[in-house]
Design a protein around this ligand. Structure first.
Ligand SMILES: Nc1ncnc2c1ncn2[C@@H]1O[C@H](COP(=O)(O)OP(=O)(O)O)[C@@H](O)[C@H]1O
Ligand SMILES: [Mg+2]
Length: 336
């Protein structure tokens, strides 16, 4: 399968999600211990063989020789068995973490839907009452500070609209809004998402780079949900780069990696994440941002939405180097 052609690929093995760093440490350990046993074999067996051939005390030498061979065989075997056990343990850990994620999302989804429904009713009443006040206000003669009342009413109505968008998103997260499936032009959608955040990016002196394959297929997907996914990931990249004060770069790429799969990569050269943070980024309410700035819902929403669209999300992040999100989207949805 083709890989993302971005800079992270040059310094890292193929992305394996949150467990990459652990797996690489294990690989390094195994390589070291294999090397060590090879050196031991050469250092012990070669001189022993020579001694066995030339020595007069052949029986004792052959005995020591056999004993050493046995020790080395046991060492190699135990190393192989521990390696297998270690690998099995890692796989089990990965499986459990992945299996746990949908459960967390399902419970947070139910909570979100409950809250959204509860809030929708009083919101509708506030909106209705504000409309009524506005009608009376428009009909009433001039009085002192009439314009201030008008401003306040507009403020209330704007806030109600914002709350409605939030509750709609929450319901979307809980999959309780209607998904509108259509052919989606991924490249155009990436531009649309960047346009939304262009002002914020240029304020933080962040450059946006596109590496788009014009020949990719148009997946059968939901335009609104994909836009939300891209906005959440790009928004996080902007947050991560905001502190940098220049030289920040976000690279967006698209490619057809298989006949039925379109891959979208969103990479930044920000501060990256530790393995510890990476383990939790898809957990609802996990945030490293200060109170008031982060809700910790962005990436759990991304995870829920992309799964709902039949796709997958993977992250590769290196502390001090940057982060890359890789989204694989099926061109056609599997039949339910
Ligand atoms: N591009 C990125 N670079 C560094 N850290 C990131 C990036 N994207 C996400 N994160 C980490 O993942 C956490 C969770 O992100 P998210 O779910 O969107 O919640 P929030 O943005 O509200 O904190 C962030 O607080 C941050 O620590
Ligand atoms: Mg976020």
């Amino acid at each position: 399968m083709k890989k993302c052609s971005l800079w992270l690929e040059k310094i890292l093995p193929p992305p394996r999600g949150n467990f990459m760093i652990r797996a690489d440490l294990d690989k390094g350990y195994r390589r070291f211990s294999r090397g060590l046993s090879l050196i031991l074999t050469v250092l012990v067996l070669v001189p022993m063989s020579i001694i066995a051939i030339v020595s007069r005390y052949q029986q004792i030498t052959i005995f020591i020789f056999c004993a050493l061979v046995a020790v080395l065989v046991v060492f190699q075997l135990s190393e192989a068995i521990t390696g297998h056990l270690r690998e099995a343990g890692l796989k089990r850990e990965q499986f459990l973490a992945r299996a746990e994620q949908p459960n967390k999302l399902a419970s947070i989804g139910r909570l979100a839907a409950g809250v959204a429904h509860e809030i929708n009713n009083p919101l509708a009443i506030i909106n209705q009452q504000a409309g009524l006040i506005q009608d009376i206000h428009e009909m009433s003669p001039d009085f002192p500070h009439k314009d201030m009342v008008e401003e306040s009413l507009a403020g209330i109505q704007n806030s109600v609209q914002r709350c409605k968008i939030i509750t709609h998103r929450l319901l979307g997260f809980a999959h309780q809004t209607k998904v509108k499936m259509e052919e989606v032009d991924i490249n155009a959608l990436l531009h649309e998402a960047v346009d939304f955040l262009a002002e914020e990016a240029s304020y933080n002196r962040i450059a946006m780079e596109f590496i788009l394959d014009e020949d990719i297929q148009r997946p059968w997907s939901d335009h609104g949900e994909l836009l939300q996914i891209f906005l959440n990931i790009i928004g996080n990249a902007i947050d991560a780069l905001a502190e940098r004060g220049g030289d920040g770069r976000i690279t967006l790429s698209s490619q057809q990696v298989a006949p039925e799969i379109v891959r979208i990569c969103i990479a930044d050269n920000g501060p990256g994440m530790t393995a510890e943070v990476q383990q939790h980024i898809f957990d609802p309410f996990f945030t490293t941002k200060e109170t008031g700035r982060g809700t910790g819902l962005g990436l759990s929403i991304v995870y829920g939405l992309i799964r709902n669209l039949g796709g997958t999300v993977n992250v590769v992040s290196v502390k001090g180097k940057g982060t890359e999100f890789e989204l694989d989207l099926p061109v056609h949805q599997e039949e339910e």
